[in-house]
Design a protein around this ligand. Structure first.
Ligand code: TEU
Length: 556
C-alpha cells in the first residue's frame, strides 16, 4: 500500500451504499459491484463500518459476534471476494472495530447475565440498589450510563445505548479475546482498522460522581489508555508492515493525540478528533440550533494542524462521517452555491497536513434530507433526544428543526447512484428514505459532467499523490482573524502551497502577508472551483465560496 500520508480513505456505510438483492438494505456484494466507481474516484483505502452479527440497535455498532458477518450484509465469501477484488484494483480494506462495548446480545454478556463470574469480569458491573446508580454519569445517547440488572442486584456501565455494555479492558482475558479478533481479520486480508471511540476504553479504578459534567473526565483518554494501545499494537497490527490504523477519539486533547499517533510511540497511525465539528453546538449542546462559529472553526483547525505537526503526530482530516450532518448543508450553502461550496469545503480539507477521509456521497455534494416527520428517523440517538427535548418543553416544530440539522440520519440516507426510483440504491423499499434531491445530485449525472463535484474530489486525490508538499509539507495559518476566509500555507523544500477558501457568499478583498515574497516564485493555480480563478497577486478579490490553491515553486 502507498504511504498513508499520500493516501485517501473512503468511508462506506454498507447499509446505505448499494443494495444488490432488492431487500432495501445495502450489502457487501453491492460494495463489490461499485468498486469501479471508487477506483475511478481514485481512493486508496475503503473503510467499511460494521457489518458483523448485530441486533442493529445502533446500526451495527452493537456487535454480537466480532468474527461473523450478519447475513443481511452477505457471507464471508462475499467479504473475501470484496477484499480480493479491491486489492486487484489497487485498494485496501479497513474494518471498523468496536471494542469499547459489545452488544448485550453478545454471548459474553449473555453468560455474564447468566451469572458466570468469568464473563462478568469482561464487563463493568457494580453492586447497588435499584434506587441509586453507582455514579451520576450520563450515556452519550441520553439518560443514565448505568442499567440495573434485577437478577444480579447490580448495575452495568453503558456509555452508549443500554444495549451496548462497556467492556472491561483491565481484564487481560478480555484484551486477549480482542487481539484474536483483530488477528482474525488480518488473516482475512484486511490492511486497516478504524477503532471506534477507542480513547474511552480505559476506565478509572474508582467510580466517582462528576460534579459538573456527564462523567467523561474520568474515562476519556483514561489512566491506562496508552498502555492498552501499545499492547494492542504489539499483539496485532504492529506485527505487519503497511497497516493503517485510525482511532476515533472522543473529546480528546492534542497532547494525547500526539502520543496516539507519533510513530515512536507505536500506538496508531492517526486519529480523528471532533472539536472542529462542535462549532455549531450552543454551550457545548449538540441538540441546539446555532449558526456555526467560523472563527472558532478556524482556530481549532489551526491549533490541531500546528500542534500535531510540532509533536510529529498525524491527523485524519474530515468533515463528514455517518454520525455527522452533511457538510454542504452545514458549513456550505446547499442551495444557491451547492457546487461551489461543496468544492470549496473539499479543497479546504484535502490540502491539509493529514490523511483525508471522504464519506460516501460527499464526493457528489449530497445534502441533508430535511425529514419532516419523526417516523422518518431510525437513529437511536436522534429518537432518544427527540423525547428528551420534548420533555424539556420544546415544541414539535423546533425539535423537528433540530433533528433536521443535527440527526445522524442526515448522512445515513441511501447513496444516490442515478435519477431512477430511490436514486438507484435499491429495487426494494429502502430501510431509510432517500433524500428528495437525488434527481439532481447523483453519481451518474456527476460522472457525465466534467465540472462536477466528483471530478474536483478526483483531482484533489491525485494531487496528493503527485505533489509531496501536500503529503509532507509543514502548515502555517495566514489571515487567521479574517471573518470569511480560511487560508493557510503548506511549505516543503523551499516551495509553497497557498490555499485560500471563502466560506461565505460575500466577495472579500484580501491582501497576502508581506512575508510571502511573490517574486521569488513561479506561481500557478493548482486547483480552484470557478472556471477562471485569477493569477496570484498581492491583493485578490474572491467570489462567493471561491477556493483557490496556488502552487509557488521557488525560482532556482
Ligand atoms: O461514535 C462515537 C460518538 O461519540 C458519537 O456517536 C457521538 O456520541 C455522537 O455522534 C454525538 O452526537 C461511534 C460511532 O461512530 C457511532 O456510530 C456509534 O454509535 C458510537 O461510536 C457507539 O459505538
Amino acid at each position: 500500500m502507498t504511504d498513508f500520508k499520500k493516501s485517501v480513505v473512503y468511508q462506506i456505510y454498507p447499509k446505505s451504499f448499494y443494495d444488490s438483492n432488492g431487500d432495501g438494505l445495502g450489502d457487501l456484494k453491492g460494495v463489490t459491484e461499485k468498486l469501479p466507481y471508487l477506483q475511478r474516484l481514485g481512493v486508496d483505502v475503503l473503510w467499511l463500518t460494521p457489518f458483523y452479527v448485530s441486533p442493529q440497535r445502533d446500526n451495527g455498532y452493537d456487535v454480537a459476534d466480532y468474527c461473523q458477518i450478519d447475513p443481511r450484509f452477505g457471507s464471508m465469501e462475499d467479504f473475501q471476494g470484496l477484499v480480493a477484488k479491491a486489492k486487484e484494483m489497487g485498494m485496501e480494506v479497513m474494518l471498523d472495530m468496536v471494542f469499547n462495548h459489545s452488544s448485550d446480545a453478545h454471548p459474553w454478556f449473555q453468560k455474564a447475565l447468566g451469572g458466570d463470574p468469568c464473563y462478568q469480569d469482561f464487563y463493568i458491573f457494580k453492586k447497588g440498589s435499584k434506587e441509586k446508580p453507582p455514579t451520576n454519569w450520563l450515556s452519550k445517547f441520553g439518560g443514565s450510563a448505568w442499567a440495573y440488572v434485577e437478577a444480579l442486584g447490580a448495575y452495568y456501565l453503558h456509555l452508549f445505548d443500554v444495549s451496548q455494555p462497556d467492556l472491561n479492558w483491565d481484564n487481560p482475558r478480555l484484551r486477549n479475546a480482542i487481539y484474536q479478533v483483530v488477528n482474525f481479520w488480518i488473516d482475512q486480508g484486511v490492511r486497516g482498522f478504524r477503532l471506534d471511540v477507542v480513547n474511552l476504553i480505559s476506565k478509572p479504578q474508582e467510580f466517582l460522581d462528576d460534579p459538573e459534567e456527564d462523567g467523561r473526565r474520568f474515562y476519556t483518554d483514561g489512566p491506562q489508555i496508552h498502555t492498552f494501545l501499545k499492547e494492542l499494537n504489539r499483539e496485532t497490527f504492529g506485527k505487519h508492515p503497511n497497516m493503517i490504523t485510525v482511532g476515533e477519539m472522543s473529546s480528546t486533547t492534542i497532547d494525547n493525540c500526539i502520543k496516539y499517533s507519533n510513530p515512536d510511540e507505536k500506538e496508531l497511525s492517526m486519529v480523528f478528533n471532533f472539536h472542529h465539528l462542535k462549532v455549531d453546538y450552543r454551550d457545548g449542546d449538540k441538540w441546539s440550533l446555532m449558526d456555526f462559529d467560523f472563527l472558532a472553526l478556524k482556530n481549532i483547525l489551526n491549533d490541531w494542524q500546528v500542534g500535531m505537526e510540532q509533536g510529529n503526530g498525524w491527523n485524519a482530516v474530515f468533515w463528514c462521517n455517518h454520525d455527522q450532518p452533511r457538510v454542504v448543508s452545514r458549513f456550505g450553502n446547499d442551495r444557491q452555491y451547492h457546487r461551489e461550496s461543496a468544492k470549496m469545503l473539499a479543497t479546504a480539507i484535502h490540502l491539509l497536513r493529514g490523511t483525508p477521509y471522504i464519506y460516501q456521497g460527499e464526493e457528489l455534494g449530497m445534502t441533508n434530507p430535511y425529514f419532516s416527520r419523526l417516523e422518518e428517523y431510525n437513529d437511536v440517538e436522534s429518537i432518544n433526544h427527540y423525547h428528551i427535548l420534548r420533555k424539556q418543553g420544546k415544541g414539535e416544530k423546533e425539535v423537528m428543526e433540530i433533528l433536521q440539522r443535527k440527526s445522524r440520519d442526515n448522512s445515513r440516507t441511501p447513496m444516490h447512484w442515478n435519477d431512477g426510483p430511490n436514486g438507484g440504491f435499491t429495487e426494494g423499499i429502502p430501510w431509510l428514505a432517500v433524500a428528495k434531491n437525488y434527481r439532481e445530485i447523483n453519481a451518474k449525472k456527476a460522472l457525465e459532467d466534467a465540472d462536477s463535484v466528483f471530478y474536483h474530489y478526483q483531482k484533489l486525490i491525485s494531487l496528493r499523490r503527485e505533489l509531496e508538499i501536500i503529503a509532507y509539507g509543514g502548515y502555517r495559518p495566514i489571515l487567521a482573524n479574517h471573518p470569511e476566509i480560511y487560508a493557510y500555507i503548506r511549505a516543503y523544500q523551499g516551495n509553497l502551497l497557498l490555499v485560500i477558501n471563502n466560506f461565505y457568499d460575500k466577495a472579500p478583498r484580501i491582501s497576502l502577508p508581506q512575508a510571502i515574497k511573490l517574486n521569488n516564485y513561479h506561481t500557478q493555480v493548482l486547483i480552484s472551483n470557478y472556471p477562471a480563478s485569477p493569477d496570484l497577486q498581492r491583493k485578490i478579490t474572491l467570489r462567493p465560496y471561491e477556493s483557490i490553491a496556488y502552487y509557488l515553486e521557488k525560482k532556482r
